[in-house]
Design a protein around this ligand. Structure first.
Ligand SMILES: Nc1ncnc2c1ncn2[C@@H]1O[C@H](COP(=O)(O)O)[C@@H](OP(=O)(O)O)[C@H]1O
Ligand SMILES: CCC(=O)SCCNC(=O)CCNC(=O)[C@H](O)C(C)(C)COP(=O)(O)O
Ligand SMILES: [Mg+2]
Length: 221
């Protein structure tokens, strides 16, 4: 079986379906975690947010954004936002699974959607929201070489941080916080291998960690 099929089978096991529909009404957002195979290795596409945005300006994130009333569901939001931000046509995304949502610091319920895209996809960044698009080998997010972690007051999970030197642009990207956690999660679930550093969840039941963090945030609402 090729790597794409193997990864699809591995990731689908973690699809959450509608398990989180019980959560109280809160503003929702989705991100698309676009993965593809290059040279037999998994890669992930990321964006650098425009420095002019009101929130998370100049930070690395996945394509995504807040839910619109017209969106059918979280997958719809992720695909619509990816089209708006990087020109990715929804029909060019093979959606694999919807992972555990995370409540971010602004109180948005962020649902990660993983989808395969073609290696040949050329992003067209919408300059109003995205200043750069770059790709990273997914396994980078399991390695300790460029990883560090720091505690942040009032945030239950540790904040992971990576500095990625992109050989195709010569630039260094700082990937941290929510986006780093999602990249680690997908790297672990896709490869079925734990990182070289501690993450607080395991492969047997990764949901428990994320459920605990959600419960903690909900209890403080
Ligand atoms: N054409 C545009 N020009 C400038 N900002 C825009 C924009 N379209 C969307 N935005 C802002 O970009 C952010 C991300 O939007 P989205 O949720 O659609 O991804 C939102 O800001 P905030 O997140 O700071 O409220 C939104 O207001
Ligand atoms: C604990 C605080 C953080 O984790 S911030 C860390 C670095 N920044 C990020 O990881 C970006 C996180 N934000 C997003 O991905 C988006 O802002 C969003 C999906 C939550 C909402 O999308 P929008 O485009 O509307 O801002
Ligand atoms: Mg956005």
């Amino acid at each position: 079986m090729d790597i794409k099929e193997t990864v699809k089978i591995a990731l689908k096991k973690y699809d959450v379906g509608d398990v989180f529909s019980y959560l109280p009404v809160m503003q929702k957002a989705s991100v698309l975690i676009p993965v593809f195979v290059r040279g037999g290795e998994l890669h992930v596409l990321m964006t650098l947010r425009s420095p002019h945005l009101k929130s998370n300006a100049g930070e690395v994130c996945f394509p995504g954004g807040k839910s619109d009333p017209e969106d059918q569901d979280e997958v719809d939001t992720a695909l619509r936002e990816a089209k708006e931000e990087i020109g990715l046509p929804p029909e060019q995304v093979e959606v694999v699974c919807k992972l555990f949502p995370i409540i971010n610091k602004r109180g948005l319920l962020v649902t990660p959607v993983v989808g395969f895209i073609e290696e040949s996809f050329v992003a067209q960044a919408n300059p109003a929201e995205v200043s750069e698009v770059f790709t990273v080998p997914l396994d980078f997010f399991r390695q300790k070489a460029a990883h560090s972690v720091y505690p942040v007051p009032r945030i239950p999970e540790p904040l992971h941080s990576f500095f990625y030197s992109d050989p195709s642009s010569g630039k260094q990207q700082h990937i941290w916080g929510l986006t780093a956690m999602l990249a680690i999660l997908v790297a672990v679930l896709a490869t079925q291998k734990m990182p070289e550093f501690n993450v607080g969840f395991d492969l047997d039941n990764p949901l428990a960690f994320f459920q605990h963090n959600i419960d903690l945030r909900i209890s403080k609402l």
